[in-house]
Design a binder for this molecule. Structure first.
Ligand SMILES: Cc1cc2nc3c(=O)[nH]c(=O)nc-3n(C[C@H](O)[C@H](O)[C@H](O)COP(=O)(O)OP(=O)(O)OC[C@H]3O[C@@H](n4cnc5c(N)ncnc54)[C@H](O)[C@@H]3O)c2cc1C
Length: 494
């Protein structure tokens, strides 16, 4: 076994995949994690574990989930999500800005990477409930998102830590990487603060996997713009842009959509940062089946523009732009059964009423008169000719309004009625470092900085404006594994 030493900064999904892959090349690996052990796992742990992967059909899924029963297969239309469809989704939602080479890698390596993770103990299951509705006795998956890690984000993280332990990978908690140490040969180590002591660690290569800058209010305001200091952080309080800054400080090239981020509708009264006990339960993602009203009692987005997987990540920004940075989602009893589990948690900001008038009086901060008018106009505009179907973009529209609702438009007319208050919850930032196909960090001349690799949220160039749900974990896993293989090979070969 080689003496080559790799330090990975950050113990989320990307960092753990990088560490495992580097170790498999024969390197000795240490992970620095600035969180205490009980808060380990980064944003990855806060997720529900949904992962977007290309597959040709149920036979390919069976390789990933050999436990799928004959009954499940008979009762489910898994369809296919081809590499072409994944590519089309990525470029469409990012308005053709995404780097095609990075997207190609992400997609082509998606299934092989999940199979590799499975061999290391991560288990996957179909996302029944959230990504498939039962119609005529059969589940049908929609939105290109079919599987999740068993046990959600916590299950994923536990499995990866178990694999890291079995591979003799050291993890140092309460260890914040402060800056990279470099000389004419590139990166040779990292300065770290571990439990109040500051010291240097030598390394033959460093993999940065320390997330974006979503938990840094000052950077959010600086790069995303005014108002972003007011967003709530959905996940880890530790992703403050350290890895990005350390790399920029030694000449790395900034890349990607620095003014863009993933942000969703998130409970108005959620805490400042994520709460591991609630996970992603503060999100409120069933808005395609209702409407959203701002303080003026007006709608402000097309709630049914697309499957929620393709709109939720950009609607947080729209909510942030509203007066008071909040909105209320309104539903009637006809769609109540379609509301996702997160609508039934204890920590929910919800009001209900048997009558619409009664409900509108309870909407804190909303003009009730204008809200009533908006709902009346909306109800009158709903097409009754088209049947409602939550599994497809049903084309049941509300038209002739200032803002159309393009699908799933039902009248809001049958009590009891319910409403949920949301604000903007930021998930992660899109801008970051520029990497090549081997996950090597490039400098401003677009030349690899020797000894420096990056993976996960801090890689720029993949996401612009928007994001197809489930791609964050996939990107962390794919580029984490690539960074691990490349860095591992480099220290063995040198
Ligand atoms: C509530 C929520 C739900 C989500 N749901 C999904 C989903 O279902 N599917 C999906 O694909 N994506 C989802 N995402 C996005 C997804 O979590 C991220 O895209 C992905 O997990 C990022 O992985 P990562 O390894 O890059 O970062 P992280 O998992 O955040 O790991 C980064 C780690 O670096 C550490 N760190 C930071 N700075 C330093 C430093 N200076 N020194 C040492 N360590 C440092 C942090 O403590 C953290 O542990 C969700 C995110 C949130 C917040």
């Amino acid at each position: 076994m080689s003496d080559g030493k790799i330090v990975v900064v950050g113990a989320g999904n990307a960092g753990l995949c990088a560490a495992l892959a580097a170790r498999e090349q024969g390197a000795s690996v240490t992970i620095l994690e600035c969180a205490p052990e009980e808060e380990r796992g980064g944003n990855s742990r806060f997720t529900a574990g949904a992962i977007r992967v290309a597959y040709e059909g149920v036979n390919e899924l069976k390789k990933l989930m050999p436990d799928l029963s004959a009954e499940e297969i008979a009762n489910t239309d898994f369809g296919a999500y081809t590499e072409d469809q994944f590519f089309e989704d990525m470029v469409r939602v990012t308005e053709y800005r995404s780097n095609p080479d990075l997207v190609d890698l992400l997609i082509k390596r998606s299934m092989p990477t999940l199979l590799w993770m499975r061999e290391r103990g991560v288990r996957f299951v179909p996302i029944y409930g959230r990504q498939a509705f039962k119609v005529d006795g059969r589940f049908k998956f929609w939105g290109g998102l079919t599987i999740e890690s068993w046990g959600g984000g916590p299950g994923l993280i536990d499995a990866l830590f178990a694999a890291a332990k079995a591979s003799q990978i050291d993890v140092l908690y309460d260890a914040r990487a402060l800056r990279l140490i470099s000389d004419d040969n590139g990166v040779v180590g990292v300065k770290v603060r571990h439990e109040s002591k500051v010291f240097d660690i030598e390394a033959d290569a460093i993999v940065l996997a320390s997330g974006g800058f979503e938990a840094n209010a000052e950077w959010r305001t600086r790069y995303l713009g005014p108002g972003w200091d007011l967003a709530k952080v959905r996940g880890s309080r530790f992703n403050t842009g350290d890895g990005i800054k350390m790399a920029l400080d030694i000449g790395a090239m900034p890349y990607g959509n620095w003014s863009g981020c993933h942000a969703v509708g998130w409970d108005r009264n959620a805490p400042e940062f994520g709460d591991l006990a609630v996970g992603d339960g503060f999100q409120k993602h069933s808005y395609p089946f209702g409407i959203m009203l701002n303080a003026n009692g007006e709608r402000f987005v097309d709630e049914g523009a697309d499957f929620r997987n393709y709109t939720y990540a950009k609607y947080g920004r729209e909510i942030l732009k509203q007066p008071g940075q909040f909105a209320w989602q309104i539903y009637d009893s006809q769609v109540e059964h379609l509301l996702r589990d997160e609508y039934r948690i204890r920590e929910v900001t919800k009001v209900t009423s048997e009558t619409l008038e009664g409900l509108l009086e309870k909407l804190d901060g909303v003009d009730p008169v204008r809200a009533r008018e908006t709902i009346s106009e909306y109800n009158a505009a709903v097409s009754t000719a088209v049947p409602f179907n939550p599994n497809v973009k049903d084309g049941k529209r509300a038209e002739g309004l200032r803002i159309t609702k393009s699908n799933w438009a039902n009248r809001i007319e049958r009590g009891p009625f319910s409403a949920f208050a949301v604000t903007c919850g930021i998930t992660f930032t899109f801008g970051g470092l520029r990497v090549d196909a081997e996950a090597r960090v490039l400098d401003k001349g677009q030349v690899p900085i020797p000894g420096l690799y990056a993976a996960g949220e801090l890689v720029g160039g993949l996401f612009y404006f928007n994001y197809p749900g489930g791609t964050g974990l996939m990107s962390g896993a794919v580029f984490g594994r690539i960074a691990g293989i490349s860095s591992g090979k480099s220290v063995i070969d040198s």
